[in-house]
Design a protein around this ligand. Structure first.
Ligand code: GDP
Ligand code: MG
Length: 179
């Protein structure tokens, strides 16, 4: 995170990480938010580490540098470099796969271990378009978020539901905490 005002306008840079089990839709949430793209056959992306999105808050230029894993989570090998300096996190599960919801506690632990500062955290139940095969209720998601002190939102990277809102809530919360 940085702030400088040598040209009159302030600038902020926030690092945000997206974590959660493999195939919950992390990469598609990011591509939906940053490029308005969805990929039905997405493979673990290799190479691209993060995408930057600009947002104007109170006339301030806020840049969110949003990091996506390159699929390391399949091997439980997300490194500390991935978390380093993060001030925001989206912890994602898939509402149609209960095991991904049960993994959330482990991801929160991992985040806690690797972060040296307050992190704005949002629990994200993705794939809410898959209502017919839902395996985790909205109430369960909300309850877990409340217990752990996280924001909560159900999203769909497929049909765009709440994707922008989820990222922007985290970015605004970080901004509020530092400004
Ligand atoms: P990651 O491993 O967490 O990065 O997950 P991906 O973004 O690669 O997505 C895994 C699979 O889930 C892909 O086949 C996506 O097309 C699919 N997917 C991602 N988001 C959604 C969503 O919101 N709804 C539905 N129905 N499928 C999704
Ligand atoms: Mg991915």
């Amino acid at each position: 995170m940085s702030s400088d005002d040598d040209e009159g306008g302030e600038e902020y840079l926030f690092k945000i990480v997206i974590i959660g089990d493999s195939a919950v839709g992390k990469s598609n949430l990011l591509s939906r938010y940053a490029r308005n793209e969805f990929n039905a056959h997405s493979k673990a992306t290799i190479g691209v580490e993060f995408q930057t999105q600009n947002m104007d808050i109170d006339g301030k230029d806020v840049k969110a540098q949003i990091w996506d894993t390159a699929g390391q989570e399949r091997f439980r090998a997300v490194t500390s470099a991935y978390y380093r300096g993060a001030v925001g996190a989206l912890v994602v599960y898939d509402i149609s796969r209960r095991s991904t919801f049960e993994s959330v506690a482990r991801w929160l632990d991992e985040l806690k271990i690797h972060s040296d500062t307050t992190v704005a955290r949002m629990l994200v139940g993705n794939k809410c378009d898959l209502e017919s095969i839902r395996a985790v209720s909205v109430e369960e998601g909300k309850a877990l978020a409340e217990t752990e002190g996280l924001f909560f939102m159900e999203t769909s990277a497929l049909d765009s539901t709440n994707v922008k809102t989820a990222f922007e809530m985290v970015i605004r919360d970080i901004y509020t905490n530092v400004s």
